[in-house]
Each structure stands twice: as structure tokens, then as C-alpha cells.
Design a protein around this ligand. Structure first.
Ligand code: FPP
Length: 263
């Protein structure tokens, strides 16, 4: 497979932690149901190696494949990955086009494997503004995997947290306008149900590699009480053991949701 051949040429850091030991350290009864990832650092990863940014994105797909597989193996319910933001259109047209091609290639090549692993492919964002070829590849993947009951892979594409909230407000305002809903009935739950993520639990764990420490317009509503985990590697270097470390770190945290601890 072309994609694997190219990415296997890239040097990656040696595994420094024993994956099996980490796997055994995980409390399977306390797994986050929903993990969100900002797949950041592809460009810098490539540039530091004197390569074009496009190869960083291609290497990033390899990390995505590995992380999706691990989430599916250990029984995570939802994995939401930020693949293309509403702001990413500002990048050079060539890079945008490359990312769209990569999305189509990923979906076409991976869908069989995803389906075999019982993964349901979903996407959030203004999908109707994506190029036709991307919309078609997404529809084909949705269709093929729609009855799967394992991991839901949620690709955030042409996604922006503010746009998502704006879309929810428009939906609710229209319901009020057409007398389907009264203003007095607008509450948290209605807003949750009007977001692209309707029906999904909020992420318990957000991972951002690359050392950056920003939300970048990702899941603004849903991240209210999410635990953040920053990894100091670029996304193409993010490996299975990084995710396991993040989950173990998450499991050691005390989550109070604005209340007090139980002691
Ligand atoms: C951010 O890194 C990454 C993106 C904008 C794209 C993420 C895409 C992938 C991981 C691969 C594509 C996956 C699919 C499914 C299409 P950056 O380019 O902002 O990196 P930088 O901050 O180092 O410049």
C-alpha cells in the first residue's frame, strides 16, 4: 500500500514505554467513553525533516490509523479527531486540496479495515461545503459502517465550534419561529441535542499533541468539563503508547465537575 510504504520511510522515535505494561495499567472499568484529539503538528514535523508539509499530513494519517485501531481494541466508544477546521480554508489552495485528497484516500483505503473492526464512521462539521469527492467518500463510508456497534470514529471536517453553536442557535430559533418550541423550554439538553454531536456523550479526555495549548475552536460547548492532556510530540510521532499514557493520566485525575471531592 503506497501510503504505508511512504510513511514507513520516515524515522519515528523508538518506543520508550512498554505498551503491554501500560495496557495492563489501564482500569478497563474507568475508560473514557469519548476521546477527542486535535491532530496538530504535521507541518512542523515535516518541515523539521526538510520535507514538504504534505508529507507531514500523510504521516499524520498513519498515526490516525494506529490510534483508531487502539481505541477500537480497548473499547473506547467515541473518538473525535479534528481533521479540518472552518479556518483551515485559509491555507494555500494546494495544501487544502492535498488534505481533501488524503481524506478521500484514507476513507477509500481504510473503510474495509474499519468495517472489519466494527467501527462506525461519522463526521461532524458543515459537510455540505466540502468538495464533492470528499462528500461522496464520506457517504460511502457512512453507509458501509452505519450498523457497526463498536467505536464511533467521528471526523471533524470543515468543523468549527462557533459555527456549530451558530447552527444550533439557528435550528432552535427556527423551531421557536414555527411554534414547535417555546423560548421557556430552551435548556442545556435542547442545545446538546441541536449540536452536530447530538446523542454522543461529551468527551472526557481531550488530547493535543505538538506542545500547543489552545482549544482552536474545537468542541467549544462539549469540552466544558473535559480533562486536557498535552503531549509534547508532533502528531505524526504520536504512537499507541502516548494514548495509553494519556488514558492512565486521565484515570488518575480527580474530576469534580464544579463540586467538592468525596473525602
Ligand atoms: C494540523 O497540523 C493538522 C491539520 C490541519 C490536518 C490534520 C490532518 C491529518 C492528521 C491527516 C489527514 C486526516 C484525514 C482523515 C484527512 P498543522 O498542519 O497545523 O501542523 P503545524 O501546526 O505544525 O503547521
Amino acid at each position: 500500500m503506497m501510503l504505508r510504504k511512504i510513511t514507513s520511510l520516515f524515522s519515528r522515535p523508538k518506543v520508550t514505554a512498554d505498551e503491554n505494561t501500560l495496557l495492563q495499567s489501564i482500569d478497563r472499568n474507568k475508560l473514557p467513553q469519548h476521546i477527542a484529539i486535535i491532530m496538530d503538528g504535521n507541518g512542523r514535523w515535516a518541515q523539521r525533516r526538510g520535507m514538504p508539509r504534505s508529507l507531514g499530513h500523510r504521516a499524520g494519517v498513519e498515526s490516525l490509523r494506529n490510534i483508531v485501531k487502539l481505541c477500537s481494541e480497548i473499547g473506547i466508544g467515541y473518538l473525535t479527531c479534528y481533521a479540518f477546521s472552518t479556518e483551515n480554508w485559509k491555507r494555500p489552495q494546494k495544501e487544502v486540496s492535498y488534505l481533501m485528497d488524503l481524506l478521500v484516500e484514507y476513507l477509500e483505503k481504510e473503510v474495509v479495515e474499519l468495517h472489519k473492526n466494527n467501527v462506525r464512521v461519522n463526521a461532524i462539521g458543515r459537510l455540505e461545503e466540502l468538495p464533492q469527492r470528499a462528500q461522496e467518500a464520506l457517504q460511502a463510508a457512512f453507509q458501509k459502517t452505519k450498523n457497526n456497534t463498536g467505536l464511533t470514529l467521528n471526523l471533524a471536517l470543515n468543523y468549527g465550534g462557533r459555527t456549530e453553536i451558530t447552527d444550533a442557535v439557528i435550528k432552535i430559533a427556527n423551531m421557536v419561529k414555527s411554534n414547535e418550541m417555546e423560548v421557556a423550554n430552551i435548556n442545556d439538553k435542547l442545545i446538546c441535542d441541536s449540536l452536530y454531536t447530538a446523542g454522543m456523550p461529551d468527551p472526557e479526555l481531550l488530547i493535543r499533541p505538538s506542545g500547543e495549548c489552545r482549544i482552536s475552536n474545537f468542541l467549544l460547548w462539549q469540552l466544558a468539563y473535559t480533562e486536557f492532556w498535552l503531549a509534547d510530540v508532533m502528531w505524526p510521532d504520536f504512537q499507541r503508547y502516548h494514548l495509553l499514557q494519556a488514558i492512565i493520566g486521565f484515570q488518575r485525575r480527580e474530576r469534580r465537575f464544579g463540586g467538592l471531592n468525596k473525602k
